[in-house]
Write a protein of this length. Structure first.
Length: 504
């Protein structure tokens, strides 16, 4: 079905290339526009960081919905089972809920475009830096940040457009862009080749970054955190643990407590757990038009508030109402305390991207934090057969989330494996942070979305009966090896790069 639908789209696009041909090349920054000085490098690098949050012109227009981080979180989390959609919509975000992807969907096209624009910018900075003889430590720090950002962007791309490493490392990945002089006509590297390049860049970045500039910039520890994540995705469990331990043993970070965790995401820049975040200021508050929070939360006027915490996630958390992680799930109730519904779906807002400076639509999204390092260690230990080590690391999280009276204490629940326990904790701890979709499929598990929501094709409000589970709808279960779990390579790349082969 995917192949047939893509063929139709491709044929249509041949006759409507007017809407596709004007994509701007990622070359606004050139080595000629940078001075080979610390100030010049910093200027260029600051521009690359800004691309994670700016609304950049694409296809001749600036669309408030187009922003790297908005697409990153929507394309990952909306395709998982933690967030439910309360209506159908023509917004491209709906393709993630329905999994009915196309090669022309704007959100995916923009994410591909802006990712390579960031990569081009850091490549430009790196090439300018090559002109500096005997760079000092401050310049090496900037160079290291470039390697880190290039690794991060390539890794995020391969997660969306290539099969999980654990499924097929020889499958087609994405285009590796390691230099501004790379030919435009270039074949996709394999998934394993992309992972190798990501690891090499992150390792090089870690070696160079010895003058940390704050959690809004790359750092040695951020590179180690990326290396731990990449190793975990490869099931290189020893390195997943080793790199996580490097972050933990740096003593730069600490787990938030049950008292402080509820304010972590509103205060990401000063949070004890934050390893790397993208800094937004009040001037970057996009409000209802284009913020990450606008689809997930509303104070009545601040956002659209059309996507909510799913029944599946809430059921997973239900045994422990004392868990402080509930603080990021906000039920909408009327003056009489009745839970509100939208199109038959219960409204449980999500606030992980809200309340920086008190604003309901402002946050500085965290991309790496310390809790993930303990969870990486836990998963790797479980896969190595070290149940005690896995449960110890899970309990490190739980005792800091209000569950000090509900620790595992090295005892598995009846009928559960250590991996079951770890993945459940990972789901709850990292909910809405762009992990769940990847965690399910890389572990060769099916995605179970057997709950009411408009990911179910043809659903009408009159069909919704919250007292029973939905039946006989497509999209209830997605098999781990289904082609639709990854996105099509955007049509812009396919049309302009003859060597780039489309996903099936």
């Amino acid at each position: 079905m995917r192949t047939a639908s893509y063929f139709i789209i491709f044929i249509l696009s041949i006759f409507s290339t007017g809407c596709l041909k004007d994509i701007e090349p990622s070359d606004a920054l050139t080595t000629g526009s940078l001075t080979a000085t610390k100030e010049g490098l910093q200027q260029g690098l600051n521009g690359a960081y800004a691309l994670f949050k700016d609304h950049v012109s694409f296809n001749g227009t600036v669309d408030g919905n187009n922003m790297y981080l908005r697409q990153y979180f929507q394309m990952s989390d909306f395709a998982g089972d933690d967030i439910v959609c309360a209506q159908t919509t023509t917004d491209p975000l709906f393709y993630s809920f329905s999994l009915d992807h196309t090669a022309t969907q704007t959100n995916s096209r923009y994410f591909w475009y802006i990712s390579y624009k960031i990569i081009n910018d850091v490549n430009t900075v790196l090439e300018s830096a090559e002109k500096i003889a005997n760079p000092d430590e401050s310049i090496k720090q900037l160079i290291g940040e470039c390697y880190f950002l290039r690794a991060l962007c390539h890794f995020n791309l391969v997660r969306f457009y290539g099969k999980p490493y654990t499924q097929d490392p020889s499958a087609s990945g994405i285009i590796l862009r390691m230099s501004t002089s790379d030919p435009a006509q270039q074949a996709r590297a394999s998934v394993s080749e992309v992972y190798d390049a990501v690891m090499a860049d992150a390792e090089k970045g870690a070696e160079l970054m010895n003058q940390p500039r704050g959690v809004q910039f790359g750092s040695k520890e951020a590179a180690w955190a990326l290396l731990s994540r990449v190793s975990l995705y490869k099931e290189d469990n020893d390195n997943a643990i080793a790199y996580a331990d490097k972050v933990i043993n740096s003593n730069r970070f600490a787990l938030e407590t049950a008292a402080t965790f509820p304010s972590l995401f509103a205060n990401a820049l000063t949070g004890k757990e934050t390893i790397f975040c993208v800094a937004f200021t009040a001037a970057d508050d996009y409000g209802k038009a284009g913020s990450i929070a606008s689809m997930l939360y509303s104070d009545g006027n601040s956002g659209w508030g059309e996507e909510y915490a799913s029944q599946s996630l809430r059921d997973t958390m239900a045994a422990h109402p004392e868990d402080v992680r509930w603080s990021y799930i906000k039920p909408l109730k009327d003056g009489s305390g009745n839970l509100q519904k939208k199109n038959g779906i219960e409204v449980y807002y999500i606030s992980k991207f809200s309340f920086q400076g008190g604003s309901p639509t402002l946050s500085s999204p965290i991309l790496f934090r310390l809790a993930e390092m303990y969870l990486n260690k836990a998963e790797a230990a479980a896969k190595k057969g070290n149940t005690a080590g896995a449960l110890d690391n899970v309990d490190m999280i739980r005792r800091n989330r209000g569950l000090q009276n509900s620790l595992y204490n090295r005892v598995l629940p009846t009928g559960k494996t250590a991996l079951d326990v770890v993945l459940k904790e990972r789901r709850i701890e990292l909910a809405f942070e762009g992990h769940r979709n990847f965690d399910v499929y890389r572990n060769k598990k099916d995605m179970n979305r057997t709950y009411w929501g408009y990911h179910l094709p043809g659903l009408k409000e009159s069909d919704v009966n919250l007292s029973v589970a939905p039946r006989n709808y497509p999209n209830l279960i997605t098999k781990w090896d289904a082609p639709r779990v990854i996105y099509y390579v955007p049509i812009d790349e396919i049309q302009t790069n003859r060597l780039c082969v489309q996903n099936p």
